[in-house]
Design a protein around this ligand. Structure first.
Ligand SMILES: NC(=O)c1ccc[n+]([C@@H]2O[C@H](COP(=O)([O-])OP(=O)(O)OC[C@H]3O[C@@H](n4cnc5c(N)ncnc54)[C@H](OP(=O)(O)O)[C@@H]3O)[C@@H](O)[C@H]2O)c1
Length: 340
C-alpha cells in the first residue's frame, strides 16, 4: 500500500515537530510544510528536504527575496495531500477547515481549536477507535493529552470515581518573548478551567474538574492531581508500575535527581535526539502518594512535544493503518526512537 500523503500547514512550535515525526514513519510520506513568511525555520525545512509552500496573503515574493525556494501555494500542497495536519495558530485552523473540505482532503486539527472543528477529539490511549475512518479529527491540547493518557491508565486498572486537578501552566513557549507574565502568578479566572470539559471530549463519563494558574516559566506544565479511584490499588508501587508499563510515561526515580522541570528538560537534552523533547508524561516516584482510594500525584507535561506522536496516531486511525491504539503507538514510538 502506498504511504498516506501528509502535509503540515503551519510550521511553528507544533508543526515543525509534527513534520519531523511524519517524515520518520514509513507508512506516511511528507508532502511538504507551509509558512506565511521566511524565517530560519523555513531555511531549516529546506535543508531537511521538506518542500515548502506559501500560506497567507503575502505570497512568494518575500521568500524569493530571502533566497528560499518554494514549491507552490498552500492550495498546491493541499491538492497533493490525502490529509493535512493543521498546525496554524489557534482559531486559524477553523478558517482553514473550509479549504480542506473544498479540496476533499481529510484534516487533523490541534487543541487550540474548539472541539466542534472536527468530527471527533482524539487521544491515542483514550479513544483511538473513535477516529477510525473519520475525515476530520482534533488532537486535544497538551494538558488534555497528559490528563487523558493518565486517565486511560487509571480507568482501566482501578476505575475513577472523581478527579480534581490543578494545572500549573507555563506562561509561554521558549521563543515567545512577547508573552508573559515575567513575574507573578495569574489564576485563570474561570472555574472550572476549560481543561476538564476538554478531557470529557475523550472520556464523556469521566468526573473531572480542573483549575489553572499561569506561572513565569517556559519549560513545562505541572499538574497537581487528586484522583478518587473506584477500586483501591494494593500499593502506591502498583500504581507506579501501571504507569511505567503504559506507553508514553517516564517515571523518574529519586536517585535520578530529576526533581523538577529544569532537571527533566536537562535529561531531555542529555538523552539526545534532534530536539530536547519530552513526549512522555513525566511522573516522579516520590511525587505519588496513595491513601486508600485517594491517589495524589504530580505530572509534568512538555507542552511543545507531547501532542506530536498523537498527531501521527490520529492519521493512522483515520486511514485505518493500524488495528488499535497500542499497535499504532508502538509503531510511532519505535520510528521516533530509531530517528533519535
Ligand atoms: N505550543 C503549545 O504549547 C501547544 C501545545 C499543544 C497544542 N498546541 C496547539 O497547536 C496549534 C499551533 O500552536 P503552536 O504553538 O505551534 O503555534 P505557533 O508556534 O505560533 O506556530 C504556528 C505557526 O503557523 C504559522 N502561521 C500563521 N498564520 C498562518 C496561516 N494563516 N496559515 C498557516 N500557517 C500560519 C506561523 O508561522 P509563520 O507566520 O512564520 O508562517 C506560526 O509559526 C494551536 O492550535 C495550539 O493551541 C500548542
Amino acid at each position: 500500500m502506498a504511504p498516506v500523503r501528509v502535509s503540515v500547514n503551519g510550521y511553528g512550535t507544533i508543526g515543525k515537530r509534527v513534520a519531523d515525526a511524519v517524515a520518520r514513519q514509513p507508512d506516511l510520506s511528507l508532502v511538504g510544510v507551509s509558512k506565511t513568511r521566511p524565517s530560519f525555520e523555513a531555511s531549516i525545512a529546506i535543508e531537511r528536504g521538506y518542500p515548502l509552500f506559501v500560506a497567507g496573503e503575502a505570497g512568494a515574493e518575500p521568500f524569493r527575496a530571502a533566497g528560499i525556494p518554494v514549491s507552490g501555494t498552500l492550495r498546491d500542497m493541499i491538492a497533493r495531500s490525502d490529509v493535512v495536519i493543521d498546525c496554524a495558530p489557534e482559531s486559524v485552523g477553523r478558517q482553514n477547515a473550509a479549504l480542506y473540505q473544498q479540496a476533499g482532503v481529510r484534516a487533523v486539527f490541534q487543541g487550540g481549536e474548539a472541539a466542534t472543528v472536527a468530527e471527533v477529539s482524539f487521544n491515542a490511549a483514550g479513544n483511538y477507535s473513535a477516529a477510525k475512518g473519520k475525515r476530520t479529527v482534533r488532537v486535544v491540547s497538551c494538558n488534555t493529552t497528559g490528563l487523558a493518557r493518565a486517565a486511560a491508565v487509571l480507568r482501566e486498572r482501578y476505575g475513577v470515581e472523581e478527579w480534581e486537578a490543578t494545572l500549573v501552566r507555563r506562561a509561554a513557549d521558549p521563543p515567545e518573548t512577547q508573552r508573559g507574565p515575567v513575574d507573578g502568578i495569574l489564576p485563570a479566572m474561570r472555574i472550572p478551567s476549560h481543561h476538564g470539559p476538554d478531557v470529557q471530549t475523550i472520556f464523556p463519563d469521566l468526573r473531572i474538574s480542573t483549575m489553572a494558574v499561569v506561572v513565569p516559566t517556559t519549560l513545562m506544565h505541572v499538574h497537581v492531581n487528586h484522583v478518587r479511584l473506584v477500586r483501591p490499588p494494593p500499593s502506591a508501587e502498583a500504581v507506579l508500575e501501571a504507569f511505567r508499563q503504559a506507553p508514553r510515561f517516564r517515571v523518574f526515580r529519586p536517585w535520578e535527581q530529576a526533581g523538577g522541570t529544569p532537571q527533566v528538560m536537562e535529561f531531555a537534552r542529555d538523552r539526545g535526539g534532534r530536539r530536547p523533547d519530552m513526549m512522555e508524561n513525566v511522573l516522579w516516584e516520590d511525587g505519588l502518594g496513595l491513601t486508600g482510594k485517594d491517589l495524589r500525584f504530580f505530572q509534568g507535561i512538555h507542552q511543545e512535544s507531547i501532542v506530536v506522536p498523537e498527531n501521527v496516531d490520529a492519521v493512522r486511525a483515520m486511514f485505518e493503518l493500524a488495528p488499535d491504539g497500542p499497535s499504532s503507538m508502538a509503531m510511532t514510538d519505535r520510528n521516533l526512537a530509531r530517528a533519535a
